[in-house]
Design a protein around this ligand. Sequence first.
Ligand code: C2E
Ligand code: CA
Ligand code: CA
Length: 905
Amino acid sequence: MSRGQSGPHYADEGAALAYFTNAKRSGFLIDAGPVFWVVSSGAMLIAAIALGVSLMISNFRDRALMATARELENTVQLLARHFDGQLEDFASIQKSVAAEIQNHVHTSKELKQLLSTEEFHRYLKMKVSEASDFAGVNIFDADGTYINSSEKWPVPPLNLSDRHYFQQLKSGATKRQVLVELVQSRVSTGRTVVVAQKISGPAGEFLGIVTRSVIPDVFENFFSSVVLEDGAINLLQEDGTMIARYPHVEAAVGQNFSSSILFTRKGPSGEYLTTHLISPVDGQERLASAGRLSLYPLTVVSSQPVSTALADWRQQTRVLLWAACATAGVISLMLWFVTRHLKTQHRRLDVAVNHMTQALLLFDSSERLVICNRRYLEIFGLSSDTIKPGRLLRDIVQYRKENGTFSGDVDAYCRMIKEARRVGKVSHNVARIPDGRWMQVVNQPLSEGGWVSTIEDVTEQRRSEERTIKLAHYDTLTDLPNRALFLKRLEEEISRCSDGSQLAVLFLDVDEFKSVNDSLGHHVGDELLRSMARSLQACLGMNEFVARLGGDEFSILASAVKSKEDVLALVQRIHEAIRQSHDCAGHHLTVDSSIGIAIAPADGISSDQILQNADLAMYEAKSSGRRTHRFFETGMEKKAKERRLLETELRKAIESEQIDVYYQPILDLHHNKIVGCEALARWNHAERGFVSPADFIPVAEQSGLIDDLGEYVLRKACREAAGWPGHIKLAVNVSPIQFKSGLLALKVVSALAETGLSARRLELEITEAVLIGDDEAALKILHELRAIGVRVALDDFGTGYSSLSYLQRFPFDKIKIDRSFVSSLTRERGSSGIVRAVVAMASEHKMITTAEGVETEEQRSMLRHLECDEMQGFLFSPARSADSIRELLRADATEGLVSVGASIG
Ligand code: C2E
Ligand code: CA
Ligand code: CA
């Protein structure tokens, strides 16, 4: 996985997630707060439900126990009241018997005498039968001796002076008149409950007791009808001895339970409290309530097992727990869904945010970081340990200051952000950080108070913009401003020169640059231009500005020009600067220039116009022999127009075949015979009259018309020459431009084929400009032509730069020595030496030499003497029309020898 500047690239979201999960481990990115809050509030909700439910359960439990307690207490009260009544009923016979006895008996002796009679037995029997089916009434005297009974007569001997209740009543240890006690029966088997009634004398002295007994089952049967579910009812004596219990527990009856917690804890008025206890009878956990009978020394205890008391509550609790668990379950499920959704969202946001090529920061309203993506850390080389959610803006900027990616004032920056937020507008700015990179920062305030910052590294963009600007405004070869920047600057200066000041625009064209380029190659030409650019820049002052307009054209803008003299001084400076020798790739070159000058606002008020006028002035300087300068004049425009007109007319002339071809004979100097003719174009203009090729050929070359014109001349001349005697050759001039299309060889072959002229009779005249630099294409064409037999001559030899070197590059068939050498041939210190050298060298390379422009007999004999092979010139004949040359050739053929003098005219 590559982690380049543009950030990692993932084939799918899964891989991206994996990547960011790893990133997450490094501990930064987005605040996971929401998930935490959702989870913790969900957990709190569940805890609250649990707490509420447990409170409810405990509350319900208390209530259930309280209800049971209330029920028990009610039962106890009911039973106490019931037994009071029942015992009262039960003991009423005893009471009335005791009362009866007390009315009649005053001593113990009397008691024994009066009552131990059968009569009293019957009385008792009658009394009891009135009442119920309960056991009978028995009477005991003060010694405890059984003296009478309602049941039996005579009574069996029996003494109960050892009975506890008897002793209690006799001793007066109790103030009670009645006692109830469970005893082992001495009459029957089993236990019985005895109710004993004291019989007192008039002075309160003890006379004896009346008893009546009942079996405990009677109580227990009754208990069974009122007992609570699973409950127990106990009847206890005052001292805690159990009399009866339902359900019956044999072992417990007769046991003393006075130590039970139930009887040890008492309320404020001595009443028993309902108590939670472990039953001493059966060990069960019970809720028990006790109450005393008001008339009898008895206590009723009602109890119920806690488990029974809580049975309903348990049921309730189960339902409640179910409901609570279900609710908690639903909440947990919802939480799970929500957190899962949040986490997915969070993860997606993570991927999105970290996949951005921009850095992104999100701050909340308290200027704390909420989100920070990986790109931010990468851009500023920060660590995820320092930059994490929760950090303050100020701290983050401070970190950047410390690691050298922020150079401003931290507080001022934070204030600026604050102010931008206050205004509530999006702010854009591009800032340069100390390491030279450019960052575009966009701060977008958010409605909830925070803001989002996006930061993009725009360094590359910026550099390419700068490059584009540079390309658009500067010339790549010389690094000088280009035409566009020059015009821009010119316009600015024009707009400033409204206050009467002037400015000058100098249009500079290098003289003969083309031949430097053509002869020494483009690399030398380029070097020359660079060197000139340096010289120009070096010679200019504060208020001068130089640009390269293209090719070998430069322009100089001089602002704050006061007079023509100022401009002339500048021209002088420029000429001096560029006339110095330029060292170009090993060549020491001296060049000159033609300068055209236009002054604003006099010569124009638009930049285009001023530059164009300076160009026209430069043209004028060129035409006036170069190496000079010209100020713009109104007539120049006219001349330029004329040039354009000439071009239009030439085009028409070529199309309508108005161009004629003349032929100038070439003579062999040794035999004085015509050996060939040079085809020369002639334009006989309807209005202008005869237009010289020296004027229209350059126009044709500049306008591209030369291709058509050249082909036209070639065909016409070939057709003509085909009709000449076979030994007469035809020479045709070919412009360097004609080599450019690469079709020249084809066109020549086609012309020869069409006219039937033998290739051997055709000679193409080219200038050294064709062999510029290392123009392999042109050489290839020349070789092709030579291969089919066409001869090639080097024209105008001696006018160019370093002609001799070209003779090495191509095996020419002929050298044409330029007219300038011929004309100076006969002068003192003339060119004879050069001509001799050329002839010698040519013969060495088996080349023929032809001297051009031979006008005098002197020149001819000199050339003959110098062993030049051929001549051409007005001395013999100028170029003639086709008809005229045909005639001449015929005459030449018949006469055999043409007298030079005779042919002139
Ligand atoms: P060039 O190739 O050097 O042609 C010779 C020029 O010298 C011709 O001028 C000719 O009339 C002139 N001349 C010949 N003998 C004498 C003399 O004794 N004294 C003087 N003063 N001049 C003499 P022309 O015909 O005016 O042509 C001028 C130039 O135009 C030619 O120079 C040639 O470079 C170009 N040219 C003419 N016709 C064509 C053509 O068809 N194609 C191309 N490419 N160039 C042509
Ligand atoms: Ca020529
Ligand atoms: Ca020539």
